[in-house]
Design a protein around this ligand. Structure first.
Ligand SMILES: C[S@@+](CC[C@H](N)C(=O)[O-])C[C@H]1O[C@@H](n2cnc3c(N)ncnc32)[C@H](O)[C@@H]1O
Length: 299
């Protein structure tokens, strides 16, 4: 199993996502002899997981069942152990598109944080690209390295434990794209420029506060970046529900062949029809942050 290639069968050492429901999943490292407790009972790794197909329905010891899913960056983002604030799929989707990432791209990122964005970048740039990710918190950078090894993507990534604002990304003239998710991105702008290819490339900076955005935009402009633009991405997930609509009474219709299933609005005597409809959310997930994009022109 690897986060950048699909495998058919679950093997010892793989990470699987145990799916108990849309709001209830957990990542599990498969080890022969090990057991995982769920609310539906125990899952025995040797008999229930190893050798089974990814996507199988597995019956637990109390008779309930779960699905065992192949890990993907999307599933990892909602299941990973949080060591920091992380980026979610709504922002990640925009970042990968607007940075023009593709197989073979070379990307610089800081900070690594919990590796949520890193996993999505790695799948997009595989099998020939490379990610240089910089994290100044020693334990976070070690943990990220461990996870990249466990997820079989370590050949695609170099983790550096250093301060990006002081020491930069550790590479010069190689990056097609740079991504910043740090408190003072303006201090990293000169380093980002140095890391990027002479022919130019794209940069993105994520900041929760507009004052950070203003300082970053000024630094980008001072360093010759062009096409500077900031956006905020908000997600509206629509629910599908059955609703009862009352029907207007136009009197009896002669020879009507209308076959719509009509009912009565309870306790009113008014004819009604039940239909499926999509409803927008009453409340929306709030602000996460602003994404500032810019282009570095050819030197
Ligand atoms: C919000 S987290 C990044 C989350 C990450 N984008 C993700 O999706 O999981 C910010 C990280 O940047 C690191 N950081 C902050 N300033 C830094 C700097 N100057 N150099 C390197 N890392 C830095 C922090 O230690 C933290 O782990």
């Amino acid at each position: 199993m690897s986060f950048v290639e699909y495998s058919e069968l679950i093997q010892e050492g793989d990470v699987v996502i145990i799916f108990l429901g849309h709001e209830s999943m957990m990542p599990v490292k498969v080890q022969s002899g090990a057991q995982t407790q769920t609310r539906y009972g125990v899952i025995r790794h040797s008999s229930d997981l190893i050798g089974q197909r990814f996507g199988s329905k597995v019956t637990c010891s109390k008779g309930g069942w779960v699905y065992v899913l192949h890990p993907t960056p999307e599933l990892w983002t909602v299941n990973l152990p949080h060591r920091t604030q992380i980026l979610y799929t709504t922002d990640i989707a925009n970042i990968t598109l607007m940075l023009e990432l593709k197989p073979g791209s070379v990307v610089c990122e800081s900070g690594t944080g919990s590796g949520s964005l890193s996993h999505a970048i790695l799948r997009t740039i595989a099998p020939t690209g490379h990610l240089h990710t910089v994290e100044f918190h020693a334990q976070r950078s070690e943990k990220a390295m461990e996870e990249f090894k466990e997820h079989k993507v370590s050949h695609l990534v170099t983790v550096r434990n250093q301060d990006v604002c002081k020491e930069g990304f550790g590479v010069t003239g190689v990056a097609d794209a740079v991504f910043l998710d740090i408190p003072s991105p303006w201090e990293a702008v000169p380093h980002a420029k140095r890391a990027m290819k002479h022919k130019g490339g794209r940069l993105c900076s994520f900041s929760p506060c507009i004052e950070q955005v203003q300082r970053t935009c000024e630094a980008l402009s001072d360093h010759g970046f062009e096409e500077i633009c900031t956006l905020e991405v908000l997600l509206r997930v629509h629910d599908v529900r059955s609703v009862t609509l009352s029907l207007p009474d136009f009197g009896p219709e002669e020879g009507s062949t209308d076959s719509t299933q009509k009912e009565e609005v309870p306790n009113t005597g008014i004819a009604s029809v039940v239909c499926k409809t999509a409803t927008p959310p009453r409340e929306m997930a709030g602000h996460t942050g602003y994404l500032t994009f810019a282009t570095k022109p050819r030197d």
